[in-house]
Unconditional design. Structure first.
Length: 129
C-alpha cells in the first residue's frame, strides 16, 4: 500500500511538472503564421488550408490547428498550429511526407506570410465554459 501511495504521488507530481494550467505539456509549441491575403485569393487560401489540414491531422507531431480571419482587416488571417514540440515540428514534421503534401497545398501563399514564429503558452489563461 505504501508503495502504491508513493507511486501515485510521483505520478501527480510529474503531471503537475510536465503540464501547465491549461493542460499543455511544457515542450508543446504553438506556431503562429500571419498572412495578408488579397480578396481575390481568399477562397483559394481557405480551400488550400482545408485540404492541407488533413495532412496536419495525419501527423503524430501536430496536436491541433485553427485558422482565424480578421474582421476589421479582412485581408488578415492567422493560422495557429499546435506542435508536440518545436523540434518535432522543425526536425520531424518538416522531413515527413505529410509536410511535403501540406506544403504543396499552401506554397502559393508563402509570399503572403507576414510573420511565422513559435510561441509557448503561459499559465495566464482563462476561457468561459
Amino acid at each position: 500500500m505504501k508503495i502504491l501511495c508513493i507511486l501515485a504521488l510521483t505520478m501527480i507530481s510529474w503531471n503537475s511538472f510536465s503540464q501547465n494550467s491549461n493542460g499543455m505539456t511544457k515542450d508543446e509549441s504553438i506556431e503562429i503564421i500571419r498572412y495578408k491575403i488579397s480578396a481575390d485569393q481568399k477562397a483559394n487560401f481557405e480551400t488550400a488550408y482545408a485540404k492541407a489540414g488533413e495532412f496536419l491531422k495525419a501527423s503524430p507531431y501536430c496536436s491541433g490547428y485553427e485558422i482565424i480571419h480578421g474582421v476589421e482587416e479582412p485581408q488578415h488571417y492567422i493560422v495557429r498550429i499546435h506542435w508536440t514540440s518545436m523540434d518535432d515540428h522543425l526536425q520531424k514534421f518538416r522531413n515527413s511526407q505529410e509536410f511535403k503534401s501540406f506544403f504543396n497545398l499552401v506554397r502559393p501563399f508563402y509570399n503572403a506570410i507576414e510573420e511565422m514564429k513559435h510561441y509557448q503558452s503561459t499559465t495566464t489563461t482563462w476561457k468561459k465554459s
